[in-house]
Design a binder for this molecule. Structure first.
Ligand code: SF4
Length: 338
């Protein structure tokens, strides 16, 4: 798989500024709840028509960030700007019209589709909520055209989610998201592990569908995945998250070829490389990801980092700084450019 060419987005679709999402965890009757810092002071932009990949181990806060930027979760701190408008504190009714321009595709299409509804009802419901059709006939026409666009046949209309394969269900999930967004060009789709529940052969079809839809409609994607190869293929830029924070952000080409953060190096060293000349030593990290309820002092990665320097890494939180143009890293001792 090759990387996508460098992308120079004109205007940002989404601007995330120092956004945190903390969840209170009760500690008992007389004790104050502790805060689980799922997302901690994340800043990021997604340009119009751009794909930004978001990678990191399970539990690093990727999905929470995806839901927070869409305001499916309320941010604890920080500011969110969508298409030039501050959406941080908008209420449900103010957000409703914006939902026509920002949607999510979930990892498990089965659990996100109502098993008692037919495909006609599932996709049609999205059209009804946003009052996008003037009549039943027009609604059905819109549903049919969406099914056709995502590669499902007309007879899918009257069938239920359990009658479809995983890949087909994901197509229904994409059709439902697009049903709301179909009146406009552009917009943002958060894809939360959209292919990880699918067979490898089907994954490629969904990835190609997402890429085609992006070209047709100028959609921006925040593409969350733990599949590093797919992220490399699909993304213009990639952000690496560790314990709720972004530790490295760069163009896909730069990140995969000139990884500078020790965590990114370890993460990417697990990707199989067919060319023996390009193979790198696999870096196996010791220990598990610490709890976001009790993050380590200083750099959160220091207990597992092979380069950690006592007295520095366990004391000071490294700021995200630009090492090369468009390549930012949060590390006191970034690796040399290989
Ligand atoms: Fe490792 Fe220190 Fe860099 Fe953290 S700041 S990644 S502990 S070298």
């Amino acid at each position: 798989m090759s990387q996508r060419p460098t992308f120079a987005p004109s205007d940002p679709e989404l601007v995330v500024e120092r956004v945190s999402k903390w969840f209170p965890v009760e500690q008992g009757l007389f004790r104050k709840p502790r805060q689980l810092r799922a997302v901690d002071s994340v800043s990021l932009t997604v340009g119009q028509g751009e794909t930004v990949g978001l990678v990191g181990e399970s539990g690093c806060g990727k999905s929470t960030l995806g839901r927070t930027v869409l305001r499916l979760l309320d941010p604890t701190y920080g500011r969110l700007t969508f298409e030039g408008r501050d959406i941080t504190n908008l209420g449900v009714s103010e957000l409703r019209p914006l939902r026509r321009r920002m949607q999510i595709v979930f990892q498990d299409p089965y659990s996100s589709l109502n098993p008692r509804m037919t495909v006609r009802q599932i996709v049609g419901e999205a059209i009804q909520i946003h009052k996008l059709a003037k009549s039943d006939a027009q609604e059905e026409e819109m549903v049919l055209s969406l099914l056709d666009r995502v590669g499902l046949r007309k007879d899918a209309l009257t069938r239920y989610p359990h009658e479809f394969s995983g890949g087909q269900r994901q197509r229904i999930g994409i059709a439902r998201a697009l049903a709301v967004m179909q009146d406009a060009k552009g917009g943002l789709l958060v894809c939360d592990e959209p292919i990880s529940a699918l067979d490898v052969s089907i994954q490629a079809q969904i990835v190609n569908l997402l890429q085609d839809l992006q070209e047709e409609r100028g959609l921006a994607y925040l593409f969350i995945s733990h599949d590093l190869k797919v992220v490399e293929y699909l993304s213009h830029r990639v952000a690496v998250m560790y314990l709720g924070r972004i530790v490295e952000l760069a163009s896909a080409k730069d990140l995969y070829e000139h990884r500078r953060h020790p965590y990114t190096r370890a993460l990417l060293s697990a990707i199989p490389v067919p060319d023996p000349e390009k193979r790198r030593l696999r870096i196996v990290l010791s220990g598990d990801v610490p709890s976001p309820l009790d993050p380590p002092n200083g750099c959160a990665f220091h207990p597992r980092c092979p380069k950690a320097k006592p007295g520095l890494c366990d004391k000071d939180v490294p700021a995200l700084r630009e090492l090369d143009e468009g390549h930012t890293v949060a590390c006191h001792l970034p690796e040399e450019d290989p």
